[in-house]
Ligand binder design. Sequence first.
Ligand code: ZN
Length: 165
Amino acid sequence: MTHQHTPVLETARSRLLRLVRLGQTHVGTGVFARRKLKSGIVLGQIEGTVLDEHPADSSYCMELQGGKVLEPAPPLRFVNHSCDPNCEIFYWFDEDLGTQDDLLWLQTIRCIEPGDELSIDYCWPADAAIPCRCGASNCRAWIVDPDELHLIPSPADPMLSKRTH
Ligand SMILES: [Zn+2]
């Protein structure tokens, strides 16, 4: 049955590439909608390499259940953070595959217009937070889990005092 498995995966990937493309944003590479996407569309699996530990030189890793992390592959590696995201990641454990690793999938949570950038809320822990430049009207000023925002000290940071909305 192995020979039937690969074409299915390729179809999912080619479908994803019909829906999104990479492009440049003010924070680097981002993922953009090629066409109008309705809310609740499952765009595709976030593929990549499952690692036992978070590599020190990667800011893309996503946490999996059981302490492992996923180093995501393009294109979905490049989905940027927003405090007002239009997509979200959901975890799905595929019993048929029989692996211990859960799978990460990306779905839209709002209607997205052609050319709009796709974004998710990274919800990083406070000790990993960095200043946010997402530009959303409800921007938290930090890329951080909303529940941990209060753990971040508020220094006299010029980036924060300049912040407007
Ligand atoms: Zn923000």
